[in-house]
Design a protein. Sequence first.
Lengths: 233, 181
Amino acid sequence: MAENDEEDAGLAAEYVLHLLPEDERRAAEDRLAVDGGFRALVADWTEHLAQLADDVAPVAPPAGLRARLAEAVSAQARPSRGATQGRGIMRWFGGAVGMAFGALAAVVILIAVLPPVQPPYSGPFYAAELAGEQSDLLVQARFDPRDDTLLVERQSGAAAAGRVLQLWLIAGDADPVSLGVLPEDTTARIAVPAPLGQQIAGGILAISDEPPGGSPTGLPTGDVLAAGEVGEV
Amino acid sequence: MATTRADIEGMIARIAGEDRAAFLDLYDATSAKLFGVCLRVLKDRGESEDVLQDVFIKVWKNAGRYNVNGLSPMTWLITIARNAAIDRLRARKTPAEGGEALDRLQDAAPGPEAQAVAASEAREVVRCLGTLDDDRAAAVRGAYLDGETYQTLAARFDVPLNTMRTWLRRSLQKLRECLDG
């Protein structure tokens, strides 16, 4: 086994065990967001080490907790919430129908009232949910291969004061390629250059914290705040 | 009735669709195990209860993302609980005295349902830890189950911090060779 692999496997184990000092832990999290190989190592260790919990005896929690939780989820469950929780992809299908009628601003309103519908187009769509452990940023992205557009909706979180959010595509082992700085609006429609569009499937979309105007170097310079793999939907 | 992996996955999928009954089913099937995990790290009932509440709220909110990470459902749940407990532990200013809670842990007998959940398909880690020296295996368990740090482990085994890290790194490497083998 190559020395680097061993080093990475050790680092992944230390990450899972929560043994890394704060700065190294953060660096590992940044890497997790963009490095599929490292993510796989962390997942492996997580799965293996969780077996240690077999030895932990179950203890009945205090009786009142169940009722408190039941109440908490009742209070949170609202009819429109389903769209943002777990059915994000269907929401984008709804969005596709809205788009056909034009105004992007109307999409959010439309999908709030439309039941999830199948799109008339039967080819693949691609979608990703971008999230990160260190930030509350949650972004849904949906790529339409018919016209190489990426629809991006920021559902929570925002750029820090005086900073911007920049979107990147990471395809395979290649360096991240900028897809642009996200606008202040929560939704954006980004035209992806055709050659890049072909690399979106199976790639990773990531958002980094950058100075106004975007990264001066052409590569992410700030923390990776959120990332997600693009899957076919 | 035994709760299987498929049952838990089904509950998580239904929770992603905001099914409150499924949420309570999952609570009934897994809360004792997850409370045990929190208690083991925090050794404090009140704090563990707070953390467990946060854990289930997280599960409610993130159930739709469960499939993304490819983990088995109990691993996913245990990891959320353990991470939350360790975050709480690290945020604490002074370590709590844990004797009483620990005693209670050892006294507690799992109910049949919880036992079924606890029995994972594979126990390679336990077997492979057995191939390490006792001290080293105890260090790995201490880090995972009790949220020990290199600092506390170094103090416990009375070795310098760097030595502790080298030790544990080597042990983890050996563990991985065994797990892959």
